[in-house]
Design a binder for this molecule. Structure first.
Ligand SMILES: [Zn+2]
Length: 332
């Protein structure tokens, strides 16, 4: 009997390859870069393209005012030789090239959008480094031996979050879903620590923090699901896959947050009432952020199931579950 094997097309083969490819070992493949200090001051403002000079100055003031100097090694290394170009770009409004230390900006960009977009790229510049023959940028990096980019979704979401936070004038936003997820991730890790890890291009440090609440397998699944969100906009995934990735990310964060508060409670750092309130508030905030026009990415049923799986049946869980019932019956 003739086999159909010859008719398997290339895309199915690629999918099979992905399916059978070994998952990344976070312990060996993700590393913290050693950042050597090449510069520690800004030599000359006149080196910047005059068109962008004032927004670069604004960025420098904001960065040096809001973040500790010890976390600005990448920034001082890169800012002095930074090149800025305008050109016709096909795929993005702007991008930062780590190896060339260069920002390219779309030449026909609306003037009202330029500063916000530039802030985003400048944050990439301030959080990128080239070390041990590999590129590290904020929460993304090329894995050690498999050379795959990992963490791009979290990185873009956090970059956009910072650009909005420090340049709040309205501009066209990208990475909306990643931004929402990362906002809650920041709540879990802590604002100061999150920006420290980002500016030092330390995805490994972020993973180490998450290891306090969960296992590597789940952390990898979380990072990968955020990485895959953009596939939908690039026509590489379906709407169902897109929604499922967002759902997986929110489920992970909620589970880790409940675990964190449970640890704090059992160590006597917070009271029972604080434990209940903190988890209740976090669920409420996630509910507010994580919805499309029609649905919540994470449903009441799922929240209750996660509570049950982390806390088991007890008074704290019963209390929080009660809060969940009433917040989901509210009209928002
Ligand atoms: Zn970006």
């Amino acid at each position: 009997m003739k086999t159909n094997i010859h008719f398997i097309n290339q895309s199915i083969l690629c999918e099979l390859e992905n399916y059978f490819s070994k998952p990344i070992d976070l312990k060996t493949e993700v590393t913290t870069p050693e950042i050597e200090i090449k510069n520690s001051s800004i030599e000359d403002y006149n080196m910047f393209n005059p068109v962008f000079r004032s927004v670069i100055k604004d960025f420098i003031v904001i960065l040096t005012k809001n973040f500790p100097r010890e976390d600005l090694k990448n920034f001082y290394n890169n800012i002095n030789g930074l090149k800025l170009k305008t050109k016709k770009l096909r795929e993005a409004s702007a991008h930062y090239k780590i190896d060339k230390n260069e920002i390219e900006v779309e030449k026909d960009l609306k003037p009202s959008n330029i500063n916000g977009i530039l802030f985003h790229e400048l944050f990439h510049m301030a959080s990128s480094t080239y070390a041990n023959g590999r590129r590290y940028s904020g929460f993304s990096q090329r894995t050690k031996s498999t050379k795959k980019i990992i963490g791009n979704g979290i990185n873009e979401g956090y970059t956009e979050l910072l650009a909005h936070r420090y340049y709040p004038q309205i501009f066209k936003s990208s990475y909306v879903e990643e931004c929402g997820i990362v906002l809650h991730l920041e709540d879990l890790i802590g604002k100061e620590e999150m920006s420290k890890l980002y500016l030092n291009a330390d995805l490994n440090g972020l993973i180490n923090r998450l290891r306090e609440y969960t296992k590597d397998e789940d952390i990898l699944e979380f990072i990968t699901s955020v990485d895959q969100i953009q596939d939908y906009y690039l026509n590489k995934s379906t709407k169902i896959e897109f929604l499922y990735n967002i759902k997986k990310a929110y489920r992970f964060i909620l589970r880790a947050y409940i675990k964190k508060q449970e640890i704090e409670y059992s160590n006597g750092k917070i009271s029972k009432q604080e434990f209940i309130n903190k988890v209740g508030e976090y669920i409420y905030l996630i509910k507010q952020t994580s919805h499309t026009d029609k649905n919540n990415y994470i449903t009441q049923f799922e929240v209750i199931e996660i509570l049950e799986s982390v806390l088991g049946e007890n008074e704290v869980n019963a209390n929080i579950t009660q809060k969940v019932y009433s917040m989901y019956s509210e009209r928002t």
